[in-house]
Design a protein around this ligand. Structure first.
Ligand code: ADE
Length: 225
């Protein structure tokens, strides 16, 4: 899978995308992430990407021209399955979205700044608008890092059996059951006996019950679907 990220702050994305599982996905050739500096698509000597908003009001708006030029160039090189804009007024990201995105071949992610991007870019180019939650960040980069991490770990071959995504919270709309490792007793608290029994079927049943219980108490909204 190829992900092209358009940003004015590529430095913000370099570290999160070059460690741990993201690094493994790239080294294995399963994920290619390109950071594209939006300022490279400006024509003035100050490399301006934003301007005052029509109608007045606080906050600058990211201009059409550099974004359009950048997207047009990328689109002339290959087909993109989605052009995603990270924005607090987008659709809230869920595991279901991530599962869908992980099946795509080429995507563009556009990171906004300031008051956001000119509405006409949204109308002309953007195919999906994604928010990572009901709060406002100073730019779309950290949100994009979350999106790419969530997608990358789902690509076949990235995770090994030990870290398999199939048992994650939210796959099946359930939270994960509690987990334990050694020692068997810590500060007077023992690991549930069933987990030490070696009885695989019973362990699976226990985990499922615990997942239901945890979801009921913490996120009853998930059980409605
Ligand atoms: N940019 C600023 N805030 C954001 C959010 N909550 N989700 C996605 N992109 C954003």
């Amino acid at each position: 899978m190829r992900i092209d990220i358009i940003t004015v702050l590529p430095e913000l994305l370099e570290s999160p995308l070059n460690h741990s599982i993201m690094k493994r996905a790239k080294t294995k050739g399963l994920l290619e992430v390109n950071l594209i500096q939006l300022r490279d698509f400006t024509t003035d000597k100050h490399n301006t990407v934003d301007d005052y908003q029509y109608g007045g009001g606080a906050g600058m708006v990211m201009m059409c021209e550099p974004i359009a030029k950048c997207i047009e160039q990328l689109k002339s090189e290959r087909h993109y399955d989605e052009i995603i804009y990270m924005t607090p007024d987008g659709e809230t990201l869920t595991q279901k979205n991530l599962n869908g995105f992980s099946l795509l071949k080429n995507i563009i992610i556009l990171c906004g700044h300031y008051k956001g991007i000119d509405e006409r870019i949204r109308q002309l180019y953007i195919t999906k608008e994604i928010s990572i939650g009901d709060y406002v960040l100073s730019g779309g980069e950290l949100a994009a890092a979350i999106l790419v991490d969530g997608i990358g770990r789902l690509l076949p071959g990235v995770l090994n059996d030990e870290t398999s995504a199939l048992t994650d919270s939210f796959q099946d709309n359930l939270l994960s059951p509690p987990v334990y490792t050694r020692p068997p007793v810590f500060n007077g608290l023992a690991v549930p006996e069933i987990l030490l029994s070696g009885h695989e079927l019973k362990i699976q049943e226990w985990r499922y019950e615990q997942a239901i219980e945890r979801t009921k108490t913490r996120r009853p909204d998930l059980l409605k679907d």
